[in-house]
Design a protein around this ligand. Structure first.
Ligand code: HEC
Length: 158
């Protein structure tokens, strides 16, 4: 094989990283919500997709928007450490909500990665700040499938 894939991949990524815009017009209302410490992905996060992201990413009849399938069997793998459609940014970077396209899409009017990319849920009202905060805290906690820290719940401020 004469093609050097690692080099090609590295240069593609470097180019893509330059093309990203910084997110702007991000709302901060979620910061006033109490911090969530414990997570069961199936009970605390997945139902948000089921309620607010149908019928584009959930129950989408086999063709999810930009290939982002958020049906229960696929959502975690399609979000966590998964690159976005344009291969410029990760959808969820465990531990880094502001660096995750998913969270930006929920709170920023200009979320990126490209100029003019729309916020989510597309064409619908923004999620309630309590739900935005829950997604934030879930990503910050490392985007776990299951994390039980019950005694800390509701006591810590941001
Ligand atoms: C009415 C249809 C619709 C709804 C509802 C919707 N989306 Fe989207 N979503 C789209 C379309 C179309 C795109 C591609 C446009 C773009 O670049 O953002 C997209 C893109 C995305 C992306 C970027 C994916 C990528 O790889 O580039 C994320 C993340 C996302 N949506 C999350 C959500 C979440 C979470 C919800 C629910 C809270 C939601 N969407 C609701 C249609 C929808």
């Amino acid at each position: 094989m004469s093609i050097r894939w690692p080099w090609l991949l590295a240069s593609l990524c470097a180019h893509a990283a330059l093309a990203q815009i910084a997110p702007t017009e991000c709302s901060k209302g979620w910061e006033r919500e109490p911090r969530t410490q414990s997570f069961d992905y199936a009970l605390d996060i997945q139902p948000i997709w089921g309620q607010f992201c149908a019928n584009c990413h959930v129950d989408h009849g086999g063709s999810p928007a930009v290939g982002l399938d958020l049906d229960p069997a696929f959502s975690y793998l399609n979000l966590v450490n998964a690159p976005d459609y344009s291969l410029t940014i990760m959808r969820v970077v465990p531990g880094d909500p502001e660096g995750s396209l998913l969270f930006r899409k929920l709170v920023c009017a200009q979320p990126g990665p490209a100029e003019g990319d729309p916020p989510m849920p597309l064409g619908r009202p923004s999620l309630a700040t309590a739900l935005q905060a829950r997604v934030h805290d879930w990503i910050e906690a490392g985007a776990p499938l299951l994390l039980l820290r019950v005694h800390a719940d509701g006591f810590e401020t941001r």
